[in-house]
Ligand binder design. Sequence first.
Ligand code: MD3
Ligand code: FE
Length: 215
Amino acid sequence: MTDLFAKLALDPSREAMAEGAVLLRGFALPVEDQILPALRSVVAGAPFRHMVTPGGYTMSVAMSNCGAAGWVTDRSGYRYDRKDPETGRPWPALPQCFLALATAAAGEAGYPHFRPDACLINRYAPGARLSLHQDKDERDFLQPIVSVSLGLPATFQFGGPNRSDPVRKYALRHGDVVVWGGPSRLFFHGVPELKDGHHETLGRMRINLTFRSAL
Ligand code: MD3
Ligand code: FE
């Protein structure tokens, strides 16, 4: 564990995407050998599933969660739930290396007190997409969200506080970490259809981890 912090302390390349949004290119690469096995063990306990929106659509993105709470949707609405509705059991705990990565990234972006209690895990197969939305189901919008991209690259669409605001496009690649704080925390965002491809460790797949202070 000690060398994890030594590796993360290496000077990351950072870009500002919007007010409060800090892109740390490749920030997760030094710890991917810890993240990927931990991810496998989480989804062994809480398998990926395609959830249904309140409007009755089945999401093309498959999801799971770990942490004290998980984000879920069904016909009754969106919410954070302490239990996996598929199994009735609590979600798997946040792996130590997930927590260390998320808190280190938040620290780099100026949020030294970020302590996520939920991690939503999104799995994209080619063709899967996430339409433009805001993340508003968390209790405290002053806390940032930290996202970690793994596997196939995606185009990410980032707009503004109103749905009709123009969007800008960014490529998010394997190992990229973004901290979404300040005004950007409530900006509209989405992922258009994932292009087919092959990633050397994850194959035909993109995984996105989003760490949240939900409760
Ligand atoms: C900006 N996930 O899980 S990651 C989500 O690639 C979500 O799976 C996308 O949007 C994905 O809610 C985008 C980047 C991201 C995540 C959360 C945000 C950007 C954000 C929350 C607020 C603002
Ligand atoms: Fe989102």
